[in-house]
Structure formats: structure tokens, C-alpha cells
Design a binder for this molecule. Structure first.
Ligand code: C2E
Ligand code: MG
Ligand code: MG
Length: 805
């Protein structure tokens, strides 16, 4: 009994569902069995009672006439026999015969403890008239019926119990076998299920028949496996997403740009390493703060609030804000950063946060500012350069237009600056320019602008002029400040300036034209005699126009073969015999006529055209010198003038050598005349180039000696062969005692340095005597011959006695 209860208990805990099922089956099947059995028993009982009732009726109908007869006949024996016959019938236990009028006959016993049923009927004699004889009461005992019923109940209960029990067990077994054991498998599977074994599918221990495939268990198994697969997929996707997120977060963390991520309210949620590096703010200390309010400095907050308001507005409207911001680091240091601010949107397109990328552009900014300075300011003097000057001029004009006022534009050009630069060297020239800039600036008030346009040209802008005469006053002031000597290379040098003035709007309302007009006026001032100023007048435009025209004509002159070489003989002073010839260029222009070098060489030097022109001269000169030997049978050297500008051409030496090679002229037949100014120009590797030329056997001469500032002793360090005394000294040797002594001294000193001397500009015979007397080696001048076109020079060579074979 105990074993059974523990088993049941175990069954109950092990398979509660089966247990419950069993309990319900037992309950209901018992209930149904009981009801069915009760109905059955009741029906049987009713039938038994009916049988007894029928038996009573049979007694009435069957025995009534015979009993009546026996009574009528008063046959007691028969009566008794008849009653015993009735009493022997089944279940009849007692008979009572009441005989009229008052006797009674009783037979059998009424059972004391069992239930009975009685039936009475009258005994009547049917003669001519009816005669009531008595009444018989038959009593039946129901004991048998009840005992049979008890037996039946016991039997039914026992058989039904066993049937119910067996059926339940069978159902439970079936249920266990087909359902609950699989449910347990599922439960175990689910219990043990984890991401590590998520690849094993759920399998039930049953054959894979078509019947099984479609049932509920198969559906649940499929659903679980499906769920498992989806879970696997989800996990794989999550892993991929996580890897992706890790990658992105690493990228953001290690990004070379600083990265801030803010929430919807612009509170910082994340800052990367670069941000900390750049700003000095630790990421943890700024979380939750606004990117424009990192420092504790309230001043800075006010500064940035406006900026961040406009950033927020633009990001909302346009979707991005980009710009350069002057931010401050934690230590207060300012730096420039390039910011890009964009919203971070969710899949519905709503901004859920903001991304702020920053890059330190301080270095770039510094370069930009430097470039801007370089682009706008002159490095040497620190003054605004041409570009900035033009900008300022335009601004001044715009303002003057609004205010209806006058603007003065002054164009300054230092007089003879080129000369200073060439003779004293570029360093001295630079110092001179710095000092000149300082002096000009000192004459002006706050709103005026002084700019260096380039070279020795300055521009002064005078806005808000009271009247025309105001410009003259300023010009006078400037000219006065230029009067004191400049100290350059320990020498006192006097430099003046020429000023051209144009007025807005009187002369022009356009900045470019105003400049041109001021330039033209400046040329006029130079023309007037240096150290003066001139106001613009309409007729002046022609002069500057002419300059422009000449430049464009000169550019085409080489192509059109408009240049021509003239040659002037240089002779021995003592004998008058031909020594060599100097090549002098002429420009034969159809519209301008014969243009002398003094008029176009400076312009050619300015524009750089002197390089191709100089090359042409060299080739031509060498070519003709070779030709002269053919004519005269003797070597006649040629002198070629070279501009300092040509020395700056890196191909200059190569060009000279190629001219010699090309013509076949011997190097010692070529003499290059270099002005004294060149030697003092430190910026060119003059000494080096001269050495190269000398090493190649080419002769070198100092031209126009005496006009520059060089000391004779200075020439010692250069490989010169010849010195040409400038014609300004030679011309006056007979009139000016000073010049005569100077020429004598130059000749002596040149000789002591081993140089031969040529006197230029000899026009009179007396001069030849003087030069002869003082040992000047060679002479050149109109006295011997003017410079002649090549053809005429050839005739001169053929016919002149000074040419010796
Ligand atoms: P320079 O080299 O001193 O040349 C001498 C100048 O004096 C020549 O003037 C010549 O015509 C002039 N002259 C010669 N004898 C007399 C005289 O007795 N009295 C006067 N008053 N003048 C005389 P030009 O031909 O007008 O040349 C002027 C300057 O142009 C030259 O001065 C030279 O520096 C330059 N030049 C000429 N041709 C060239 C050239 O091909 N290249 C370069 N770079 N410069 C050249
Ligand atoms: Mg010369
Ligand atoms: Mg000369």
C-alpha cells in the first residue's frame, strides 16, 4: 500500500499532467459509471416490482372465482388448499382472508425486517344477484428483490471500477508514450538550450512517419527549431552588428579628427581621444555639458553662445554647418579649428543627436595669415602692397561716393633710385627704400594709406580731402622730408622723389584710371626736373600712353627686324690707328623713326626685353667683326654693351660663348662693356660671371667710368682689361681744370692697376692732344667718326687711312 502511494506521488511529481489526466479520467468515468449503474439498477428494480404486481393480478384473476366458489360452498379444505397454492407462489409471504361477516383466515407470516407490498381483492358470488363473500389481502415479500439488487450493485461496481482503472492506465500510457515524454524532451531541450549549443536542433524520439509529421508535436518542434534558427540568425546579426559597432567606435575613438557626439539637447555624450588631445578637456569631465560651454569662463560662454545659436539654426535648416572657429583650450590658449556639425538621424529622419567633427587648423591658419600678409604687404617695407593698395583705394572711393568727398591719389617714384641700386648695391637700395617708406609715412595722418607698388614706386591714398590744395601740401611735406641726406654704406646720398597727383572724382571716378593718371602726372613731374610734384592734366595721358605703345612695339621689333647696329671706331690715341669698334644699337621704327638707345634701353631693361635684344646684338656684332677681317685682312675687335639685367640671365655666359662659336670670332676680339653700376650689385654673382668670361679669353671693359660711386681700387678684384672714361669728363678737359686733373688721375691709377684706358666723347683735336700727353691709350668720339651704319662703317674701313692691314 505504501509502495503504491509513493509510486503515485512519484508519478504525480514526475508527470503532473498525466497525473491530472488520470485523476480527471478516473473522476469522470467513475461518475458516468455510477450514474449508468444506478439507472440500470433502478430499471431492474422497477421490473422486479412490476413482476410481483403482475403475479398479484394473476392471483386475483386466477384464484378469485375458485375461492369464491369454495367460500360459497363453505368448503374449508378446498379453501385451504387453494390458499396454500397461492402462498407457494414466489415472493408471496402472507395471505389474509376476511370472510363475511366476521371471520378471518390468515396464512403465512409478514416478514418483520423486510419491505412488503400488498394487494387486496373482493370475493363475490355471482348468482342472480351479487353477493359479497369476503376479501383476500395478498402480501408479497420484497426481500429477494432487494438482495438481488445488492448483488448486482456489488458486481457492477467492481467490474466498472476495474474497467475504468484499466482504461485510464491505458490512456495514461498512451498519453505518456505519445505526448508527455516528448513534452519532457522539449522541456529538457529548452532547459539545456543556450547560445553555445544553439546549432543542435530539437529532435523527438519517434518515427518520422507522415502521420507524425503533421501533428501538434511536430508543429511545436518545428516552431521551436524555427525559433532556434531565427535566434541563431539574430545572434549572428547581432555579432556582426556588434563587430561593426566596435569597428566604428574604434575608428571614432582613434580618429585623427576630434569627435564630439551630443544628444538631442546638445549635451555631450561622447568625446574621443583626439578631442582631449586638442582641447585638454578630459572626456569624463565634459559629459552632459554644451560644446560651447566647456570652460568655466563666463566671458567665453557669452562669446560662443551666439555662434552656437547660429550653428544650431543652420543644422536644423540646412542639415550641416561648416566653418572655422577660434576655440580655446582648457589652459585658455586659443587655436583655430575647422568644425563640421551634422545631425545624427534615426530611420525616420529625426535628429536624435549631433556629430561635431573638429580639426586643428592653427598651422594652416598661420600660413594663411602669413600668405595673406605676404599677398597684401610688402615684405621689405611692411607697407601694403599693390593688391591691398588697390583694395583700399576702391574702398576709399566707395566711401567718398557715399560722402560726396574727394580722394587724392599720389604716385611717387624715387629719382635715380635705379642708379643707387646699381652703384651702391641692392642692400643699400633696400635700406634706402625702407627709409623712404618711413619718411613718406611720417608725412601722413591716420586715415591715409601708403603702399609700395613695387621697385621704387609708392602710392599714397588721401581720403576725405578738404580741397585740391591739401594734396599739394602733403606733396610738399613729402618732398621736404626727402631733403636730408640718406646714409648708405657709410656714404651720404641724396635721393629725391617725383610725385604725380590725381583726384577723385575730378580726374576720374575709377580706381584704375586714377592710378594711370597719377602715374602720368608723376612722369610729368620727372620731366619738369626731379624732386617736384605735378597734378594730373588730361594731355598727360598721351605720355604714358606713348610708353605703353613703345613697349608693345618693342616686343615686335625683333621679329620685324627693326633693330640695327651702328659701329663707332675706337682708335689708338697716339697714332690714330684703328683699334676696334663699339657696337651701338638703333631702333628703326616706321612710326617713331630712328629711336636712340637712351630712349628705349631703360624700357627694355624694365620689361626684360633687353635679354633677347642683347643676344641679337652679340650675334650680329661678332658676325660683322669676322666680316671686317675678310675686308681689311686684319683683326678688328668689337665692343658690345651689356646691361646689368643681362647678367641676371643664367644663360648669359653660354649665350656669349655661342655667339663666338657661331661666328668664329676669337674671344680676345670681343670686349664686353659693363657699366660701373653692375660691379656694385651684390645680388648678382657678378665676380663669378666675369671670371668665367675672362677665363674664356673675352676682354672686359668698365663703361662710363666716373658716373657711379665706385672707387678705382675697387676694380682691382675684378678681371677688367679696359676702363672707359665717361664722356662727361672728357668733354670738359680743356675747360674745367677739375675734370682735367680727374682724367689725368684716372689714367694714372688705371695704368697702375694694369688697365688700358679709353676716352669717350672726343670731339675736338685739342682733346686728343691732352689725352696723348697724359698717356690715354685709346680714344673714341665724333672727332674720329660718328657711329655709322654697318654698310657705311665698311666703306669707312675700306677708305680710311687709320685702318692698317
Ligand atoms: P655708351 O656705351 O657710353 O656709348 C657711347 C655713346 O656716346 C653712344 O651713344 C655714342 O653715340 C655717343 N658718342 C660717341 N662719341 C661721342 C662724342 O664725341 N660726343 C657725344 N656727345 N657722344 C658721343 P648712343 O649710341 O646713343 O648710346 C647710348 C648708350 O646706350 C650707350 O652708351 C650704351 O650704354 C647704350 N647702348 C647702346 N647700344 C647698346 C646695346 O647694344 N646694348 C646695351 N645694353 N646698351 C647699349
Ligand atoms: Mg659703351
Ligand atoms: Mg660710355
Amino acid at each position: 500500500m505504501l509502495k503504491l502511494s509513493t509510486r503515485l506521488q512519484r508519478f504525480r511529481t514526475g508527470s503532473p499532467l498525466s497525473f491530472r489526466l488520470l485523476a480527471w479520467i478516473l473522476l469522470f468515468s467513475s461518475l458516468f459509471t455510477l450514474i449508468a449503474s444506478a439507472i440500470q439498477l433502478y430499471t431492474d428494480y422497477r421490473q422486479d416490482l412490476l413482476q410481483i404486481d403482475n403475479r398479484m393480478l394473476v392471483v386475483e384473476t386466477g384464484y378469485s372465482p375458485s375461492l369464491s366458489r369454495s367460500l360459497w360452498a363453505l368448503d374449508q379444505t378446498l379453501l385451504q388448499t387453494q390458499m396454500e397454492g397461492i402462498l407457494s407462489l414466489p415472493d408471496i409471504a402472507h395471505l389474509r382472508l376476511r370472510i363475511e361477516p366476521d371471520s378471518e383466515l390468515v396464512m403465512g407470516d409478514i416478514p418483520r425486517h423486510s419491505t412488503t407490498t400488498s394487494h387486496s381483492f373482493e370475493l363475490i358470488h355471482q348468482g342472480d344477484e351479487k353477493f359479497r363473500l369476503g376479501e383476500l389481502t395478498v402480501t408479497a415479500d420484497l426481500e429477494r428483490v432487494y438482495s438481488e439488487m445488492k448483488q448486482k450493485v456489488g458486481f457492477i461496481l467492481v467490474t466498472q471500477f476495474f474497467k475504468t482503472f484499466l482504461v485510464s492506465i491505458l490512456i495514461i500510457w498512451i498519453f505518456q508514450h505519445f505526448v508527455t515524454r516528448h513534452l519532457s524532451t522539449m522541456a529538457n531541450y529548452a532547459r539545456k538550450f543556450s547560445l553555445t549549443n544553439a546549432t543542435n536542433p530539437l529532435r523527438l524520439d519517434r518515427p518520422d512517419t507522415p502521420l507524425n509529421q503533421g501533428d501538434e508535436l511536430a508543429q511545436v518542434t518545428d516552431a521551436i527549431n524555427h525559433m532556434r534558427e531565427r535566434l541563431n540568425e539574430d545572434v549572428a546579426r547581432q555579432e556582426r552588428d556588434a563587430a561593426e559597432i566596435r569597428k566604428f567606435s574604434k575608428a571614432i575613438e582613434q580618429s585623427p579628427s576630434s569627435v564630439l557626439i551630443c544628444d538631442r539637447q546638445w549635451c555631450i555624450e561622447f568625446a574621443n581621444q583626439k578631442f582631449t588631445q586638442l582641447t585638454g578637456y578630459d572626456a569624463n569631465t565634459i559629459l552632459g555639458k554644451h560644446p560651447g560651454a566647456l570652460s568655466d569662463n563666463a566671458m567665453e560662454h557669452r562669446e560662443t553662445r551666439h555662434l552656437w545659436q547660429s550653428i544650431r539654426l543652420q543644422v536644423q535648416r540646412v542639415g550641416v554647418w561648416q566653418g572655422e572657429v577660434n576655440s580655446s583650450r582648457r589652459n585658455g590658449e586659443r587655436f583655430w579649428e575647422q568644425l563640421i556639425v551634422t545631425p545624427i538621424k534615426n530611420s525616420d529622419g529625426e535628429a536624435t543627436g549631433y556629430l561635431i567633427l573638429g580639426e586643428d587648423i592653427s598651422i594652416r591658419k598661420r600660413y594663411e595669415q602669413q600668405l595673406l600678409r605676404q599677398a597684401n604687404y610688402d615684405i621689405l617695407t611692411g607697407l601694403p602692397n599693390r593688391m591691398l593698395a588697390l583694395d583700399r583705394l576702391k574702398l576709399a572711393l566707395a566711401q567718398a561716393r557715399r560722402e560726396n568727398s574727394l580722394v587724392g591719389v599720389m604716385f611717387l617714384d624715387l629719382d635715380n633710385f635705379k642708379h643707387i641700386n646699381d652703384t651702391l648695391g641692392h642692400d643699400a637700395g633696400d635700406n634706402m627704400l625702407i627709409e623712404a617708406a618711413r619718411r613718406i609715412s611720417s608725412c601722413l595722418r591716420g586715415t591715409s594709406t601708403v603702399a609700395r607698388l613695387g621697385g621704387d614706386e609708392f602710392l599714397v591714398i588721401l581720403p576725405g580731402l578738404a580741397g585740391l590744395e591739401a594734396t599739394s601740401q602733403v606733396a610738399d611735406r613729402i618732398l621736404t622730408t626727402f631733403q636730408p641726406a640718406y646714409r648708405l654704406n657709410d656714404q651720404e646720398v641724396f635721393v629725391t622723389t617725383s610725385i604725380g597727383i590725381a583726384i577723385f572724382p575730378t580726374d576720374s571716378d575709377n580706381s584704375g584710371t586714377l592710378l594711370q593718371h597719377a602715374d602720368a602726372a608723376m612722369y610729368q613731374a620727372k620731366h619738369k626736373g626731379k624732386s617736384s610734384f605735378a597734378h594730373f592734366a588730361p594731355e598727360m595721358t598721351e605720355v604714358s600712353h606713348e610708353r605703353l605703345q613703345m613697349e608693345s612695339k618693342m616686343r615686335r621689333a625683333l621679329e620685324l627686324n627693326e633693330f640695327e647696329l651702328y659701329f663707332q671706331p675706337i682708335v689708338r690715341t697716339d697714332s690714330g690707328a684703328l683699334y676696334c669698334a663699339e657696337a651701338l644699337i638703333r631702333w628703326n621704327n616706321p612710326s617713331m623713326g630712328m629711336v636712340m638707345p637712351d630712349r628705349f634701353i631703360p624700357l627694355a631693361e624694365e620689361t626684360g626685353l633687353i635679354i633677347p635684344i642683347g643676344e641679337w646684338v652679340l650675334y650680329e656684332a661678332c658676325k660683322w667683326a669676322v666680316q671686317w677681317r675678310v675686308i681689311t685682312g686684319t683683326d678688328i675687335g668689337v665692343s658690345v654693351n651689356v646691361s646689368p639685367r643681362q647678367f641676371r640671365d643664367p644663360h648669359f655666359t653660354a649665350c656669349v660663348m655661342s655667339a663666338l662659336e657661331n661666328s668664329g670670332l676669337a674671344p680676345e676680339q670681343l670686349e664686353l662693356e659693363i657699366t660701373e653700376r653692375l660691379i656694385l650689385d651684390n645680388t648678382i654673382e657678378t665676380a663669378e660671371i666675369l671670371k668665367q668670361l675672362d677665363a674664356n679669353g673675352i676682354r672686359l671693359a668698365v663703361d662710363d667710368f666716373g658716373t657711379g660711386y665706385s672707387a678705382l681700387s675697387y676694380l682691382k678684384s675684378y678681371p677688367f682689361d679696359t676702363l672707359k672714361i665717361d664722356k662727361s669728363f672728357v668733354q670738359d678737359v680743356m675747360k674745367e681744370q677739375e675734370d682735367a686733373s680727374l682724367v689725368k688721375a684716372i689714367i694714372n691709377m688705371a695704368h697702375s692697376l694694369g688697365l688700358s684706358v679709353i676716352a669717350e666723347g672726343v670731339e675736338e683735336e685739342a682733346q686728343t692732344h691732352f689725352l696723348q700727353q697724359h698717356g690715354c691709350d685709346y680714344s673714341q668720339g665724333y672727332f674720329y667718326s660718328r657711329p655709322l651704319p654697318e654698310a657705311e662703317f665698311e666703306t669707312w674701313l675700306r677708305t680710311n687711312h687709320r685702318v692698317q692691314a
